[in-house]
Design a protein around this ligand. Structure first.
Ligand code: KG4
Ligand code: ZN
Length: 336
């Protein structure tokens, strides 16, 4: 059978990324131009700056991706691009670029849901992973528990009611002076702290066992810091990082395991930037082992935003017959 090569583009937030992916699981190139250093100056992503930077970088990033994969546009079977959710100005750069390439080359255009991309990151290194499985998606903008019934077919069984898990990491990091992006910094500092130092709350939502809420734990950290300041007590930021992370990981693991047993899933995958968290990977690994569940997670570089995962998702959409026209638009609040 003929190989299917997808050129994939991702520009939903602060990484300009392009990749060439063969048959959905074989990454020929994965180029990421990160804007993190630029946004760090402002303590978070500045949408207008992100869009401008994407425009500056996108042609170069695509050229590199083709070059590294040793292919030309002639060899490509379809163009996959993230069209939502994300920052509208940032998304538009990738979408316009993908449409232009599709128009010029007459190759099919496939709009990809960013979250479907994160889920599909798991297919790249785990060649044996096939639906159905349960997936916990934890990123800077999303926290979802979904049943992946088939390729491209999802049932959402839980979601956050307020902050996303990564958002809570970023806000707590800022409060304890770690800067942006906070997740990896909390992860690192927590290794030096005592996770039992402060008992931060674990939120449950009555009647919705698989929904999440992280604004409470975030506020509890802020209140704790304030009360230490008022009482002139020293703050051990490593203990706070460790205790906060423990509270979040505890909730993520227990809800995922409960969902896996209710829905009889013997395979669980985690996805999104927070899936790179070392404590989450460890704790989920132990819990899955106890419950005889096989756990999957991508390498850290495939957990955070990248285009290889968009290429993986686009491949299965390609097989499902998904094609978009040149009227494809960026959809900042696209639903799964
Ligand atoms: O998936 P992603 O790159 O972008 C979104 O689609 O949101 O996720 C970024 C989020 C940020 O909130 C970042 O702080 C968090 O993932 N993150 C982590 C770690 N690495 C990235 N959170 C906890 N521990 C990490 N090691
Ligand atoms: Zn993402």
């Amino acid at each position: 059978e003929k190989d299917i090569l997808i050129l994939a583009i991702e520009s939903s937030c602060d990484e300009t990324a392009a990749a060439v992916v063969k048959n959905g699981r074989n990454v020929l190139s994965n180029v990421i131009s990160s804007q993190i250093a630029l946004h760090t100056l402002y303590g978070g992503v500045v949408p207008e700056i992100a869009s401008r930077k994407h425009i500056e970088k996108i042609n170069q990033v695509i050229k590199e991706a083709l070059y590294e994969a040793k292919v030309t546009l002639d060899d490509i079977d379809a163009i996959g691009v993230t069209y939502g959710p994300g920052l509208v100005g940032a998304l538009l750069v990738g979408v316009a670029e993908a449409k232009a390439i599709s128009y010029a080359t007459k190759k099919p255009l496939i709009g990809v849901h960013h979250i479907e991309g994160h889920v599909s990151a798991n297919f790249i290194e785990s060649k044996d992973l096939e639906p159905p499985f349960l997936c916990l998606i934890v990123s800077g903008g999303h926290t979802h528990l979904v049943i992946v019934k088939e390729y491209g077919q999802y049932e959402i069984i839980g979601r956050t009611r307020d902050d996303a898990a990564g958002e809570a990491f970023d806000k707590v990091a800022r409060a304890i002076g770690l800067g942006y992006p906070g997740g990896p910094k909390v992860d690192k500092l927590a290794k030096e702290g005592n996770k039992y130092a402060v008992a931060f709350p674990r939120a449950n939502i009555e009647g919705f066992p698989y929904d999440f809420s992280f604004s409470g734990v975030k506020s509890a950290v802020l209140n704790h810091l304030n009360s230490c300041a008022m009482k002139n007590e020293p703050v051990n930021t490593a203990d706070i990082a460790a205790s906060f992370q423990e509270a979040v990981v505890d909730v993520l693991v227990s809800k995922t395991i409960a969902a896996a047993s209710e829905y009889h899933m013997d395979k669980v995958a985690i996805a999104g930037g927070v899936a790179a968290n070392s404590t989450l990977r460890e704790a989920m690994g132990e819990a899955c082992k106890q419950h005889r569940i096989k756990l999957y997670y991508p390498s850290p570089i495939l957990c955070t935003d990248n285009a290889a995962m968009i290429g993986a998702a686009a491949y299965y959409e390609y097989l499902n017959g998904t094609r978009h026209g040149l009227d494809l638009n960026a959809v900042p609040n696209l639903k799964i």
